[in-house]
Design a binder for this molecule. Sequence first.
Ligand code: ATP
Length: 240
Amino acid sequence: DPGLKGAIKSLFNRKYETKHAVKGINFSIEQGETVGYIGANGAGKSTTIKMLTGILTPTSGKVTVNGLVPYENRQKNAVNIGAVFGQRTQLFWDIPVRESYNLLKHIYEIPEQEYKETIAMFTEVLNLEPLLGIPVRQLSLGQKMRCELAAAFLHRPKVVYLDEPTIGLDIAVKVKIRKFIKEMNQRWGTTVLLTTHDMQDIEEICDRIIIIDGGTIVYDGGLDEIKKQFGQKRVIHFEV
Ligand code: ATP
């Protein structure tokens, strides 16, 4: 479809039963962009990401990721993407983290040398060494998130979706995670779409933000512009 270009292109509606969860969502993300997808609880962020990962099919409209329609090519799409979803894990619960990575290496058919280099780099940046011998079920939230991020980027996907990657974490871990995401984007040109309720994540990671409200996009652009629009200095504004 010549009208659909860019790393991610989407135009869709999605209803649950008869209620519209998202309506006329229309955005396009280029390869290498880092985009924050933000909005209140229930705004439609997860619904959008589920369509990008191929879990959900739009009621109408179309989504492409690197030219593929995710919900029609779930297998192929999986190779091009990485994802971290808040509470869920993509690692194997009962085996040491290192073994999980090994299994992912086989699943994604990552060449030995590339795998070694990637693991070495992730171990250093995310300080994984003390965690590699432990099963995921024994890790704290912050430890688990570091391991999940490494898994999401392990096969060097073109696009990574991160659903609240810093939620519930202390400042030190947040800083480490932000640095890691930024570094992956700069090193490999990975396109990153992340949801968060933490403005610091947006400021430090994202080139651009998309704001969704009630299932519709209300803003798409730079952070500076929106700060100007809403008045950065105005702490309290009261109008009756
Ligand atoms: P949060 O920040 O709380 O995760 P969100 O922005 O990810 O919220 P969605 O989970 O996409 O929001 O939900 C969008 C709307 O769709 C909400 O009104 C929600 O109640 C509704 N919804 C989500 N999943 C279903 C479902 N399986 N069946 C019916 N309605 C649903």
